[in-house]
Design a protein around this ligand. Structure first.
Ligand SMILES: Cc1cc2nc3c(=O)[nH]c(=O)nc-3n(C[C@H](O)[C@H](O)[C@H](O)COP(=O)(O)OP(=O)(O)OC[C@H]3O[C@@H](n4cnc5c(N)ncnc54)[C@H](O)[C@@H]3O)c2cc1C
Length: 144
């Protein structure tokens, strides 16, 4: 790692990728961490759920998206903690990172207004996992 300020971006959704690209010409080293190796284009999830598209049509490897950005590194890992005092990001699989600047772009979670049990029949449509949910084994869009 160089002597330049280290910017750690957690999440490679729209927010995280936009932040990384905005820093392309800046004198910083950028590390993008995501628990998936792909960026998911969520607006087209419904087309996958209805089999108009395949999951691969709306998921693109993060490393491919940022491959031309000289100052960017992509890590596949899950952030499980942040030590703000020590300026360190802790990850599940050990890719811990020290940073000068931290961007948290981890998206959002659905709210069930105190009825968390509703999450089973009304699963959030923000994940590109296809699971077997019905007795007829019909594949439908699901979420982890
Ligand atoms: C079905 C659907 C249709 C939509 N249609 C539209 C539309 O037509 N127009 C529109 O403007 N918007 C639309 N949206 C909303 C839009 O997709 C979201 O607002 C946008 O994707 C949010 O971007 P984000 O970067 O904030 O989060 P996300 O895209 O959710 O990205 C968050 C990233 O952070 C990663 N992450 C989360 N936690 C961790 C962790 N602890 N460690 C490592 N990585 C982590 C995730 O893996 C993910 O890659 C739609 C959303 C959905 C679900």
């Amino acid at each position: 790692m160089s002597e330049r300020p280290h910017v750690v971006i957690v999440g490679a959704g729209f927010g995280g990728l936009e932040a990384a690209r905005a820093l392309a010409q800046s004198p910083v080293d950028v590390t993008v961490i995501d628990r998936h190796n792909y960026h998911l284009f969520q607006p087209l999830l419904y087309q996958v759920a209805t089999a108009a598209l395949s999951p691969a049509d709306i998921a693109q490897p993060i490393r491919a998206i940022l491959r031309h950005q000289q100052n960017a590194t992509v890590l596949l890992d899950e952030v499980i903690g942040i030590d703000a005092a020590a300026r360190q990001v802790e990850t599940r699989f050990g890719a811990n990172q020290s940073y000068e600047h931290l961007v948290l772009a981890t998206g959002s979670q659905y709210a069930y207004y105190g009825h968390d049990d509703w999450s089973r029949p009304a699963r959030p449509a923000n994940c590109c996992q296809v699971s077997q949910r019905s007795p007829s084994s019909k594949a439908v869009m699901s979420a982890s």
